[in-house]
Structures are given as C-alpha cells and as structure tokens.
Design a protein around this ligand. Structure first.
Ligand code: NAP
Length: 683
C-alpha cells in the first residue's frame, strides 16, 4: 500500500517509490510513503483561500457541532483503527489512549465550544475595560480566527491522538489544518484522515494531509499561518529557525521532549499507600506505549534513605511485565515503533550508564509472548540508579525514548526541587505524597519548570488520570527543553489559533462589534416588556427601567424570620453599628436581589422559560431601611442553543438607590423560547 496525500481536495500519490514502512511487531512491509510531487505552496493557498473562508462562515457553535459529529463518526469506525494500530507496536490499552483518547478530545472541544464560547464569529476576551471617566470611550479585547493555515507536524508515538488534539482546537477556532504525521506510523493517521474526509462533515479545505516530507512548504508560510510542532527538540529548533518563520513572525508552537520527573515525598515510606502508588505510577509510565511517551517518567526522584527500597520494588514490578505481540491480551508491553528507535534507545542507555548504574533490564535476551524479539522492535524495561544526581549531566538531559528511567536520590526537599529543575523544563511532573505541606513546597519550588503537575495520594489515586495523561481540559506543553509551547487547556487551546485584538470605541460601537451590550450603550425602552419577547424578537439593549420600592424595617425583619438569616448586621442595630461598614441594621443582599426581581419581572406566562442563575453578583454598598430601590435590566447577550427550542439570554442588572448610587450589579441568566418553540407551546 502506498500512502496517499490529501491535497486541494484530492487524494494523490507521491511521484517516487517512497520510503518503506514496516511493522513494529515483525518487520513486515506495511506501506510506502512519499510526498514527492505534491504542490505544498498550493496546499497552503488552498487552506487559506478555501478552507479558512469556509470555516469562518460558521459560528463557534456550528464548528463545535461539527467536532461532535466527527467524533461520533470516528467512534463508529474505531475498530479498523485499533486493528491497524497493533502494527505500530501498541497494545490495546496503548491504542485506547491514542484512538479513544483522540476521539474524546473532539467530544470535549465540542462541548466546551458550545458552553464556553458564544454562538457567534467573534470571541470576547474578558469584560470591557473602563478607560474614560464618563464611560463614552471604552475598550474590549476580541479574538478572531487567523486567516492562515495551521501546519500540524506530529510525532510518531500517537498517530491518532497527536493529530486530533491539535485539530480539535484549530477547527473550533475556525482555522484549516495541514497535517503532517511522522512517517513511521503515518499509515494509521492516513486511515483516520480518510475516514474524516469520507464523513463529509468538514467543509472543503478544512483538512489536508502530507504523508512524507514537507518539501518547500515552509518557504510559502505567511504571517497568518501557524505551525504546531510535536517531536524532538532538535527538529523543533531547526524548523523554528527557518527564515520564513522568522521573517513572517509565524506563530510557532513546539511540544518537544522532556526529562519528566516524579518525586516521592519523604512521608511516603514503604508500607504506606503512597509508596505503592509511586511504584505503580513509575512502572506504568515506563511501560505504557513501551515508554514512548513525551510525558513518561524518566527521572525517579526519591528520598536517599528509601532509594534502595524504590529500586527493589520497581525491579520487582518491572519483572512482572510481560512483553510481546500487542494483540495478545496477556501482554502488558508491546514494541518500540521501529528497529531504528530500538537502536537509538540502546545508544541513549549507554550514555546514561556513564553516570548511572543499570540496576534492572537492558538485556538483549528476554522472553516475548507470540513474537520474535529480534524481528520486532521489542525492548526490555531498563532501570538505572545514579548515586550523585546533583553533579550528573546525562541523566537530566539524555532522553531514552523507551521503557527507561533513572532513580535519583535526594537528601531534603531543596535537593528534590533542584533535581526536578535540572530537567531544564518539563511537560509533566508528579509528586506522590500524603503531606500537603510537602506538596506545596515542591510545587511552588518547581512549577515554573513544568507545564503540568499532578499530586497523587491515597485520597485521589482511584480517580487520578495519572502522571502521563494530557487532558483536553488542561494545558499540555512546558517551558525550556519541553519546547516552550502550550496546547489544549480547554478554550485556551482554540485561542492559540486566533488573534487577540484590543478594540476601542463607544460602548454602542463595541456592542455592535462584539454582539454583547456594554453599560453606557444604547438602551431600548418600549411599551412591550422584554419578557414578552421571544428569543428572536429580543434585541441587545432592550431595557426595563422599573418603578421604585422602599425597603422598610418590617421587610428586613420579615426576611430574617422567613429565611432564618438572622445575621447580626440585619437584626442587631448596636452590633451592626460596630461593624466598620455599617451605621446600623442593613438589608440582606438577597433581599435586595429578591425585591429587584419583584420589580423587573413581567409575571404572566411568556417566552421567558426559566432563570437558571446569576453571574458576577456584587453588593456595591449597604442598603438601609428607608432607602428606595430601582432596577435597570438590559438584554446583554443572546446565545442560541441550536435545536433545543430556546436560547440563553444574559441580562445586565443594575440596582440603584434614591441617590442614584449603585447598590448591586449582576447578570441574570434566563432561557427564552424561540419563535418556533413559542408557537408550539401555544398551539
Ligand atoms: P522527530 O524526529 O523530531 O519528528 C517529529 C516530526 O517532525 C515528524 O513528523 C517528522 O517527520 C517531522 N520532521 C522531521 N524533520 C523535519 C523537517 N526537516 N521538516 C519538517 N518536518 C520534519 O521526532 P519523533 O522521532 O517523531 O518523535 C519522538 C520525539 O518526540 C521524542 O523526543 C519525544 O519526546 C517527542 N514527543 C513530544 C511530544 C510532546 O507532546 N511534547 C509528544 C510526542 C513525542 P518524519 O517522521 O517524516 O521525519
């Protein structure tokens, strides 16, 4: 099989014979790969001109629905992905991380996109900024999709997840992608892309694929393009220095290798649950994906007094790992991706062994189940121990991308922190301790060197996602050696594909641009109460200015008795007066909010279906009995919930007193029926 490239809406084969790709299990010829003859400049142009234009026609919610449909479609086809994934040396659980993990990233981005982004084409980054005394000139940060292509270059170890974790945020943002998988496992990526294209869910130009080298692609990069790279530090550095990346200030994100550490707390002595958790965690990180994970634990930082126990327990746990054909269900660890990778890991261990002792593994003779250890790229887990890690260099800088870790002893927490930092920047770090003071000291001492840190103890272990699992909700990436990039992290991941722009102007202008009403903007007052309007009929700025209501002492007493909230500030005049904020008894904040609702609601049956909460409630100053309150309620933001019969409407609410002073502000959140739903309800 010759892998094909998907360029400018066509599947095309490269012009030459290509490079031979072989199975990690037995060296069988699996596919050939080449992109010679592909018009890379044409691909970029197509992505920008067709893909970007098509994607930007949609709102964030439309694209989020696309991701969901895509995830559902891929779920239906996942068995064929699993079958092919075995050839990469992955066991079923390795493939689960790659395939189900990748698809679930699409689901998470779909759901977050619909919940946390507007059903619109512009994303408002934070609230408006007050920059003028009278509020007639204001500022708002907005994010809009870049008009370029996202070039996604991926490593070989996660051919499915690696693509989807980059694709989901890019598509949600509205930016088309050109995916370039690592050659050795590109056959799985090609199959997944084929299914994505078959599904017909994405618009033309949203996704293209390069199987093989990238040719002169970088020579055609422009300032709106983005490169998101995952792989080794060396390749990242070389690509980052491409003249076009520099001259066009191309947004370049790198996720590279890292010498991730796991620290065992001094409290976690043998016999404690944390000691066992540590041994399990390190063993799992060393052996899942045969250690070919950028987040795997390479450095095992343990109290010096326990180092021998750790070595003994890890050796025993590693001795139970069964190596062999990944499709055999008795097998715990499959193969490395290729013979080349196996040779490289051996070389790296030799470098590490110059300053550390091999205490387990590294043998060329070991048992394999259903597989020939030599024909396939199998490798025995290998553990080293470095006596003096503070003065060592290789253990903190040489990445053996396989089932290899080194135990590094420490005398005190300062040394543990120093050792963690010596990795020079990591994707993930973990701390196994049941002492929260230790956790705080280690985290504050080393967080700046990490993209993600996980603290595991007996209370969270059962539900912990573990040291090495990047999650779509949390950032993935790390400083220094880890590449200095950042991906995922929920909506943050999509914002990397967008340009943040500060917009200044009048509140009404900014409201028109951002589709969110801003205080100081136009207030539309009419005879029709906004609660009588359907979602479509409501306009941003529709406002109710209420009558006033006086708060009496009886109201405060009644509210205190009725709710049981007899807090002294509402019930005891002397005690209240001693409080620096009050002169005497004051009204309950919730009484103000309740009276406000009583003032602004239109009570009759109408299109407003429910009030599902309030946001940003602030009580600006005390309300004394005798004060009179008024409310200004304004339609601030509308978010249609596609297909549900309603939309969410946010109302800007300001409660003022008789002197026109603001006493409370908040957003009331409601669900309002659409025209169609309202007709159905009344039919
Ligand atoms: P690699 O050799 O750096 O390759 C990474 C990607 O870059 C591959 O797609 C590769 O394609 C491509 N590439 C190589 N030379 C290129 C060039 N001149 N122009 C454009 N693209 C080029 O790394 P790898 O061996 O695939 O992956 C293993 C490394 O990746 C490890 O060091 C690991 O720590 C790191 N990694 C990091 C993460 C992370 O999230 N931080 C995740 C996984 C892996 P070809 O395969 O066709 O050469």
């Amino acid at each position: 099989m010759k892998l094909q490239n998907f360029a400018e809406n066509s599947w095309i084969e490269g012009d030459d014979e290509g490079k031979k790709l072989v199975s990690a299990i037995d060296g069988r010829h699996v596919a050939d790969i080449t992109s010679i003859g592909v018009d890379f400049g044409g691909m970029l142009d197509f992505a920008r001109r067709v893909g970007g234009t098509n994607l930007r026609e949609f709102t964030f919610h439309d694209r989020a629905f696309m991701l969901k449909a895509l995830a559902q479609y891929l779920m239906e086809h996942k068995q064929e992905f699993y079958d092919l994934s075995t050839e990469t040396g992955a066991t079923k659980s390795d493939s689960w991380v790659d395939i189900d993990g990748g698809i679930s990233t699409l689901f998470v981005y779909s759901s977050k996109g619909r919940r946390e982004m507007p059903n619109d084409k512009v994303y408002l980054d934070g609230p408006p900024e007050k920059i003028s005394r009278e509020g007639t000139f204001t500022g708002q940060h907005i994010c809009t999709p870049r008009h370029g292509a996202a070039v996604h270059i991926n490593a070989y170890n996660f051919p499915c997840w690696g693509m989807l974790e980059k694709l989901a945020p890019a598509l949600l943002a509205g930016v088309p992608a050109i995916v370039k998988p690592a050659s050795s496992t590109a056959y799985l990526t090609e199959l997944v892309v084929r299914r994505i294209i078959d599904s017909g869910i994405l618009p033309d130009g949203a996704l293209q694929l390069i199987c093989g080298g990238v040719g002169d692609l970088f020579d055609h990069l422009e300032c709106q393009d983005i490169v998101a790279f995952t792989g080794s530090k060396g390749t990242a550095e070389m690509l980052q220095q491409h003249p076009r990346v520099i001259s066009e200030s191309v947004h370049f994100t790198a996720e590279t290798d890292s010498l991730n550490a796991s620290i065992l707390g001094p409290d976690a002595t043998p016999g404690t649950p944390e000691f066992d958790l540590f041994i399990n965690e390190v063993t799992r990180e060393m052996t899942s994906k045969a250690g070919q994970k950028c987040t795997a634990i390479r450095r095992v930082i343990a109290p010096a007094a326990m180092a021998a126990d750790v070595v003994r327990a890890l050796s025993s746990a590693l001795g139970k790992i069964r190596i062999g054909h990944p499709a055999n269900k008795d097998v715990d660890m499959g193969a490395l991706a290729s013979h080349g990778q196996r040779d490289e890991v051996r070389e790296r261990i030799a470098q590490l062994a110059e300053e550390a002792d091999i205490v387990y593994g590294n043998s060329t003779e070991f048992e394999t189940i259903d597989a020939d250890a030599e024909k396939g790229s199998f490798f025995m887990p290998t553990l080293l121990h470095c006596e003096r890690p503070l003065s060592a260099h290789a253990v903190h800088s040489v990445e053996a991308f396989g089932p290899v870790s080194t135990v590094l002893p420490y005398e005190n927490l300062d040394e543990a922190i120093e050792l963690a930092r010596l990795g020079g920047g990591s994707l993930a770090g973990s701390i196994i301790t049941n002492d929260n003071a230790v956790a705080r000291e280690l985290v504050l001492g080393s967080a700046a060197w990490h993209g993600r840190m996980v603290v595991i103890n007996r209370h969270c272990a059962a539900e912990s996602t573990g040291h090495g699992s990047p999650l779509p909700h949390l950032v993935h990436g790390g400083p220094g050696r880890a590449g200095g990039g950042e991906e995922l992290g929920g909506i943050r991941g999509a914002l990397h594909y967008m340009q943040r722009t500060a917009i200044q102007g009048s509140p009404a202008t900014l409201a028109a641009i951002g589709n969110r009403w801003i205080p100081g903007g136009t207030e539309i007052v009419s005879d029709v109460h906004p609660f009588r309007k359907t979602f479509e009929q409501l306009a941003l700025g529709d406002t109710v200015n209420t009558d006033e209501r006086v708060i009496t002492l009886e109201d405060i007493d009644h509210f205190a008795d009725f709710t049981g909230d007899t807090f002294y500030a509402h019930t005891d005049a002397d005690a209240a007066a001693k409080n620096p904020f009050f002169e005497g008894r004051v009204a309950h904040g919730y009484l103000i909010v309740s009276f406000a609702a009583g003032l602004f609601v239109d009570p009759d049956f109408g299109p407003v279906l429910a009030n599902y909460g309030v946001d940003d409630l602030r009580f600006a100053q005390p309300v004394n009995f005798g004060d009179s309150l008024r409310v200004r309620l304004t339609c601030k933001q509308k978010t249609l919930r596609e297909g549900s019969g309603y939309g969410e409407v946010r109302w800007d609410t300001k409660v003022t007193n008789q002197d026109n002073e603001v006493v409370a502000t908040y957003d009331v959140l409601t669900m309002v029926a659409t025209d169609e739903e309202w007709r159905n309800v009344n039919a």
